[in-house]
Design a binder for this molecule. Structure first.
Ligand SMILES: Cc1cc2nc3c(=O)[nH]c(=O)nc-3n(C[C@H](O)[C@H](O)[C@H](O)COP(=O)(O)O)c2cc1C
Length: 172
């Protein structure tokens, strides 16, 4: 199928990049040509039929590169099917519930309302204390966040399949 899909991501320590790669892998296995790229490296959405954009969450905010991507590409995103995801909360249970219903930072909500993404997912993230600086370690301890890798590959895989199913259904 000659349809190109973009999975763009913003990460600090790489956990979100691996989630994006997993989504890309599922789309490719479904036969969709898919680029997985850091959001800051994407200059033009013209080649892409659909876009999946995800960001790690730090102190309730998306990474700057993801926020910039959403803002600068608003028009092109409005004209394509778009899926968004945030990755962050660690520990057990439903990540959306652990964020009290939050899916996207307030700052991105007005643009998202205009783009009307097909879905906004929240995935568990990973916290590696070995890689955090002192301030980050203090902050994470302060909010009693669970350390380690909480990423739920089954949930990520299932979400990516809903995207590939939708795209395959809609692409002649
Ligand atoms: C200093 C700091 C602040 C964080 N703030 C939040 C937050 O507000 N909400 C959240 O869900 N996760 C938060 N996290 C967890 C990260 O989003 C999580 O570790 C994520 O998987 C990191 O992704 P990355 O490796 O792609 O940068 C925070 C982590 C650190 C180190």
């Amino acid at each position: 199928m000659d349809t190109q899909i973009l999975v763009a991501y913003a990460t600090k320590y790489g956990a979100t990049a691996e989630i994006a790669e997993k989504i890309g892998q599922v789309l490719r296995q479904a036969g969709l040509r898919t680029d997985v790229l850091p959001a800051k490296r994407v200059k033009d959405l013209t080649p892409y039929k659909a876009v999946i954009l995800g960001s790690a969450v730090y102190i309730g905010q998306w990474r700057k590169e993801a926020a910039t991507f959403l803002r600068t590409n608003e028009k092109a995103l409005t004209e394509r099917p778009v899926w968004l995801f945030s990755s962050g909360p660690t520990g057990e249970g439903d990540p959306i519930q652990s964020l009290k219903g939050w899916r996207l930072p307030k700052a991105q909500q007005p643009i998202a309302d205009r783009i009307r993404p097909r879905d906004i997912a929240v995935f568990h993230g990973a916290l590696d204390p070995e890689r955090m600086n002192l301030i980050e370690k203090w902050m994470v301890k302060n909010v009693k966040a669970s350390l380690g890798d909480s990423r739920d590959w089954g949930a990520i895989d299932a979400w990516a399949r809903t995207i590939s199913d939708a795209l395959l259904r809609e692409t002649p």
